[in-house]
Design a protein around this ligand. Structure first.
Ligand code: 3PG
Length: 397
């Protein structure tokens, strides 16, 4: 259901769940991508004359107020972007929330304090979440779910509240789902997926599903060393999940049997330690010396990955290829980003998912417009690629 299905919203109080889980340095927002991504829905509601009450989380506070996770910096930035003051209620469903909502004029936006300051938000007990959802619902006449990054969470402000109020998906959620379903439902082929990030154990579900869906799986990042070890190579002191080696061996065998091409790096940038200025050298991927730790895929691998992406018609990318935060180890991520941009320019459809890859794209100075879609979701986009049903989406159907 879209916002249009909610009818005339002038003067109506609309509760919007957004994902404002932005990276902070103290109280400074270092990447406001998720706030900007919320603007289409919010401005649409403002223009419709709604009284907009936004609820969101920041970080993982332990279910009680914790000043370091206050949404105050978000309220300020949102106000700048919307061009109006955004009042921040100092609580979620208490006196401050009620009076802040009451004070809203048509077309005004207010933000409720971090929804995770209330332990009921993330409770595993249905009745506890439902109680909070009921209290949130009393603040509004309708609900718009627009926090794509949290739709995989069965939480009060994402899931339960949608069962109580007339509800709709916001523009961000619609656009994300539409884009990601181009990869999950009948992707145009070749369908290539680039996976990186530090841990293979975070990606088991997605790999298992992609082995039945993708044509090519390109693996980099810290997780690649478990793949190299599964092939019998020594990985020096690189990140390694020994308990996953057998699982990965199984994946390699399954890929071979199923005709899925697994592309692994042929060279690795190996360093003496984990530091921006660590001495480093490029070595063959099957011979990482003892004491050296792989922090990026090497230049040959970057070229190989780009070549494997060149003719792809659908591309999904999740996870950086190396420690891109350090310049010396950003080359692999750069090569993959450029390869995807080139493939997109040649007519492919590309999705970048996961907070880290999206941040890498911005930090390395790539033009976001070079990709077909940059997802605001980390876990949510992965779970969609994994083929899972997401509670925050099914509840809106
Ligand atoms: C994210 O950062 O991926 C979302 O905001 C979800 O956060 P969570 O993993 O703490 O639920």
């Amino acid at each position: 259901k879209t916002i249009d299905s909610l009818g005339d919203l002038r003067g109506k109080r609309v509760l919007v769940r957004s994902d404002f889980n932005v990276p902070l340095d103290g109280t400074t927002i270092t990447d406001d991508g998720r706030i900007r991504a919320a603007l289409p829905t919010l401005t649409r509601l403002v223009d419709a004359g709604a009284r907009v009450v936004v609820t969101a989380h920041l970080g993982r506070p332990k279910g009680s107020p914790d000043p370091q996770y206050s949404l105050a910096p978000v309220a300020a930035r949102l106000g700048e972007l919307l061009g109006q003051d955004v009042a921040l209620a100092s609580d979620l469903v208490g006196e401050s929330a009620r009076s802040t909502v009451e004070a809203l004029a048509d077309g005004q936006v207010a933000l409720l304090e971090n929804v995770r300051f209330d332990a009921r938000e993330t409770s595993k007990v249905d009745a506890e979440r439902e109680e909070l959802a009921g209290e949130l619902a009393r603040l509004a006449d309708a609900f718009v779910s627009d926090g794509f990054g949290v739709v995989h969470r069965k939480q009060a402000s994402v899931y339960d509240v949608a069962k109580v109020l007339p509800s709709a998906a916001g523009d961000l959620v619609l656009q994300e789902v539409e884009s990601l379903s181009r990869a999950t439902t009948d992707p145009e082929r070749p369908y290539a997926v680039v996976l990186g990030g530090s841990k293979v154990s975070d990606k088991l579900g997605v790999i298992a599903n992609l082995l039945t869906k993708a044509d090519r799986l390109l693996i980099g990042g810290g997780m690649v060393f478990t793949f190299l070890a599964a092939q019998g190579h020594s990985v020096g002191s690189s990140l390694l999940e020994e308990d996953q080696i057998d699982t990965v061996r199984g994946y390699l065998a399954q890929a071979e049997a199923g005709g899925v091409e697994i592309v692994l790096p042929t060279d690795i940038v190996a360093a003496d330690s984990f530091a921006a200025d660590a001495p480093h050298t490029t070595v063959a991927a099957d011979a990482i010396p003892d004491g050296k730790m792989g922090l990026d895929i090497g230049p040959d691998s970057g070229a190989l990955f780009a070549a494997k992406l060149a003719d792809a018609r659908t591309i999904a990318w999740n996870g950086p290829m190396g420690v891109f935060e350090f310049d010396a180890f950003a080359g692999g991520t750069r090569a993959v980003a450029q390869g995807i941009i080139d493939a997109t320019a040649a007519g492919g459809f590309s999705i970048v998912g996961g907070g880290d890859s999206a941040a890498a794209v911005r930090r390395l100075g790539f033009d976001e417009a070079g990709f077909s879609h940059i997802s605001t979701g980390g876990g949510a986009s992965l779970e969609l690629l994994e083929g899972k049903e997401l509670p925050g989406l099914t509840v809106l159907a």
